[in-house]
Design a protein around this ligand. Sequence first.
Ligand code: GLY
Length: 372
Amino acid sequence: MISRRNWFLSSAALAAAPQATAQSPGGRFISIASSNGLRAVTLAVTLMKQRNYDTLDAAISGVNIQEEDPEDNSVGYGGLPNEEGIVELDASVMHGPTRRAGSVASIRGIKTPSKVAKLVMERTDHIMLAGEGALRFAKAHGFQEEELLTEKSRKAWLLWKESLRDPRGHNNWGPGLDAPAGADNPPRAWLRQRYPGESPEFLDWAWEMAMHPITGTINCLALNGKGEMSGVTTTSGLAWKLPGRVGDSPIIGAGLFVDQDHGAAGSTGRGEENIRVAGAHTVVENMRHGMSAKDAVLDCLKRVARNYNNDPAKLGRFDLNFYALRKDGDFAGGSLWNGSYSRGQFQPRRFAVSVDGNARMENCVHLLERKA
Ligand code: GLY
């Protein structure tokens, strides 16, 4: 029974709590995603609007495109592997209307971990399954175990292994003392000699991956005309990671968070930095306390920068991005850095959005500016 005193306290607490934001105004259908998610947001909005899909099913269908695409080397099939050459995937889902969540971590052999995360949500009394257990659960539900390492990703992994050097310039995966003259030149020089059949574009890309391992990932958030929201994040994680490394993507509150009363958020980039600030939850909390989507992501990024005393040299060694969608339809993508330089060309950090089927890329708001 609630005592009179407790009732009084509860009423005061409720009065102080921030009010839920309005329903999606005008019944708009909105989906936002990371920069690799233009196809995802396009499909998610089409499915919600034209085929009455639930927000989570729409978002998952959107990211399945990247999970199954061998050319996206940061997600699902074709993702860059761990240091042993094995692809390990992380994914999470949250369904706003039922306030449920599911995730899988370090799962091998399944192309679409986002679908397995949804099954964990629907068919178990747990939230997260990891490794071998997650794979067995997926197979029990009829998923096919498949080789996820494509030839392109395998060659990039091998090149990374061969690029490593000890302080004396040695690597067991490279030519030894008895090799012909010139064969033990620094990696960049022997690259074309070592891989004569590969295109210069592939070698440039693979070298970039070896030197700057990616933490790609796709996050997709969806809002329908009734104001219902859901989200999904899925990734192959940090390239060349230690086997068993789990990033932020499957962690509810870090890689993804949805609060049906206020909004949804997700993240891509270096998961370790995100986990330290429980980023997606922090962004949603900021919106719950009344911040716009832009202010919410920028405030969260400031907390990330604070963890390194705002030291640009340390912060410059990674990228981190947040995506935020309020229940009232306000949205933003936010990045630690304004963009990056690839072969001397500046690439602004962007995110994908579709509002009622008008799909486009937009620039992220950013905290810091990278110099050339
Ligand atoms: N954000 C993806 C990862 O760090 O694994």
